[in-house]
Design a protein around this ligand. Structure first.
Ligand code: PLP
Length: 393
């Protein structure tokens, strides 16, 4: 899957589904193994082995918070709560920030991930009113619509940082400014942003809470986090333990935490270089495909985008048929969010962008990761062109 620099064997699989999950880096696996063997105790145990595990865990927590640009010292330190991943962190954000209040109003966007829209729909069933902001055909949320959506009883705005299907980046700074003006906390699902572009939690976007998950940046599956500004209170959604200040009880896993830290550090060491390398692969991949396939459209191309994501519509080709043909040809991609794939329903994200049905029916997502090579990008593009031409015939 990686390291094939000199052309590729036709049977070699090419993994272009890194927005679904990324392969674990060997150095991350090594660090996790070492942590598991060196610190075998429960971090909540009171004996010295437990205390040593706790210290290692808290050091890793602080380092991750620091890498995400959170405040880690002083009375106004931000809090990093570990979860099992992005889905749990989004549920904890929506339900934990709002569940103990009287039903009122919240704002989100139609292009959000199902793990955000699910808890929002749950609140709606319990009497909350929800405004879902629309996105342009380029995938960017409408700031004018957002500005006029605020009400005196608006309790939260939750808008994602980068979309999982299109890679389109949202205008976080402007959204944060609107939230600050209306004194409403701003949560962002940064699952696809962290580990791809630099993030500063305490920066200009004025975040109150941020979701991330390690398996999207070559860290382990099974760990994510909700980062919280110091003045934000959270109602736990799990009960029966006092780990993590009672905000998310359950025994923390040091190997997973260390894996998350190591993956973030690996990314940060080469962040600019990584982003540039991946953008070059992605751009040449798109240029090759659009030059060879008449009417192929790169969705969100003119909007600010993550460097790794390419959502391409092939009008006249059924996305499910192309997906299967590509799978047979050794290209792993996706018909939409991994949480919605398996369903043949059109992508809710592309629908929320108001794209014409011909584009939605023929759209596939290709997403690159740190381990993809130029040879894979060009061989992948060739296989896609061949499969597409074959289906059109
Ligand atoms: N949010 C976004 C934008 C995602 O892309 C994903 C995963 O695809 C999630 C949340 C859920 O994260 P996890 O798979 O860690 O539960």
């Amino acid at each position: 899957m990686n390291g094939y620099n000199a052309g590729m064997n036709a049977a070699e699989p090419i993994y272009l589904d890194n927005n679904a999950t990324t392969p674990l880096l060997p150095e991350v696996a090594d660090a996790m193994r070492e942590a598991a063997l060196r610190f075998p105790a429960n971090p909540a145990s009171q004996h010295r082995l437990g205390q040593a595990t706790r210290r290692a865990l808290e050091a890793a927590r602080e380092r991750i918070a620091e890498l995400l640009g959170a405040k880690t010292s002083g009375l106004d330190s931000d809090r990093l709560v570990f979860t099992s991943g992005g889905t749990e962190a989004n549920n904890l954000a929506i339900l934990g920030l709002l569940a103990n209040q009287q039903p009122a109003h919240l704002i989100t966007a139609g292009i959000e991930h199902p793990s955000l829209l699910g808890p929002v729909a749950d609140l709606e069933r319990h009497g909350w009113q929800v405004t879902r902001i629309r996105a342009s055909q380029e995938g960017v949320v409408d700031l004018d619509e957002l500005a006029s959506a605020f009400r005196p009883d608006t309790r939260l705005v939750s808008i994602m940082a980068a979309n999982n299907e299109t890679g389109v980046l949202q205008p976080l700074r402007e959204i944060g400014a609107l939230c600050a003006e209306h004194h409403v906390p701003f949560h962002t699902d940064a699952t696809q942003w962290v580990g791809k572009l630099p993030v500063c939690f305490s920066g200009v976007e004025q975040f109150a809470a941020l979701t991330c998950t390690a398996h999207k940046f070559h860290g382990p599956l099974g760990i994510g986090a909700l980062l919280l500004r110091h003045d934000i209170t959270l109602a736990p959604q799990l009960h029966g333990g006092h780990q993590q200040g009672g905000e998310r009880p359950g025994t923390e896993s040091l190997p997973l935490v260390v894996g998350m830290q190591t993956a973030l550090e690996a990314w940060q060491r080469k962040s600019a270089e990584h982003a540039e390398k991946i953008a070059v692969l992605r751009d040449s991949f798109e240029t090759t495909i659009t030059a060879a396939i008449p009417r192929a459209v790169v969705i969100g191309k003119t909007a600010p985008r993550l460097p790794n994501t390419s959502n391409i519509a092939f009008p006249g080709v059924d996305r499910q048929a192309l997906f299967l043909a590509l799978d047979m040809a050794g290209v792993a991609c996706s018909t939409g969010s991994a949480c919605a794939s398996g369903s043949s329903e059109p992508s809710p994200v592309l629908l929320a962008m108001g794209l014409p049905p011909a584009l939605i029916e023929g759209a596939l997502r290709f997403s690159f990761g740190a381990l993809n090579t130029a040879a894979e990008a060009s061989a992948g593009a060739r296989r896609i062109i061949n499969s597409c031409q074959h289906l059109r015939r």
